[in-house]
Ligand binder design. Sequence first.
Ligand code: PXL
Length: 266
Amino acid sequence: MVAFAYVIAGSEATGGAGLQADLRTFQQLGTHGIGTVTCIVSFDPKADWGHRFVPVEAQVIADQIEAATAAYDLDVVKIGMLGTPATIDVVAEALAGQTWSQVVVDPVLICKGQEPGAALDTDTALRRRILPLASVVTPNLFEARTLAGMDDIATVEDLVEAARRIADLGPRHVVVKGGVDFPGADAVDVLFGDGEVEILRAPKIGSARVGGAGCTLAAAITAGLAKGAGVSEATHQAKAFTTAGIVGRISGHAPFDAVYQGAPAQ
Ligand code: PXL
């Protein structure tokens, strides 16, 4: 029986991030992917590739979730970019309509081109409505600073402290991603859950951000959980999958590369 992996996230028009990256990850990892679109992000090549952001109407999001969950017995879901408090409300309400064995939340706060004020509203709504439903949350450094209320995260101890604080907001497991901005030669992630701390390290591959890395990691964790892995095993496999995808990244005419989900794991 095929494992279903479900994602509620935004579309990113170059296909490097968002729902497109999630569905490719699900497919590559042997799960059957189903997606609900929350918003449409179209980079603007005429304006320094800034983000143009259009939310999908709340009722249309509710309709998509209704269709997907009526068609199949889904019990593992990834939540990606929601983008507005209204979207957060409708997704939180729809998720509460059934039980889930795992809810993986990539707490995407804002993308470039959105009003900075929107980040604050989105942060507040995510904290209040989505994080309490999450079993796994995967903040990057910026999101961890915001959600943990820490100005500076510069050491592994800081990553652990941020993860502990974010776990206090509800999620059982927290994966804080150091990424390229975290000091040192390694891409360091901290997995905190059930009182245990695990440090995951891989050498950084260059210093430029690669589009879709965060989406791919959370989607790969989701696929692993859908196939029955535990959170620790799913996170280790997801990091190897994402690292391989960064090594094999795709270049085009945009000023940033995109993770390639078809790269063989090392
Ligand atoms: O990588 C974060 C992200 C997630 N989801 C969508 C995006 C982006 C970044 O551009 O556009 C839809």
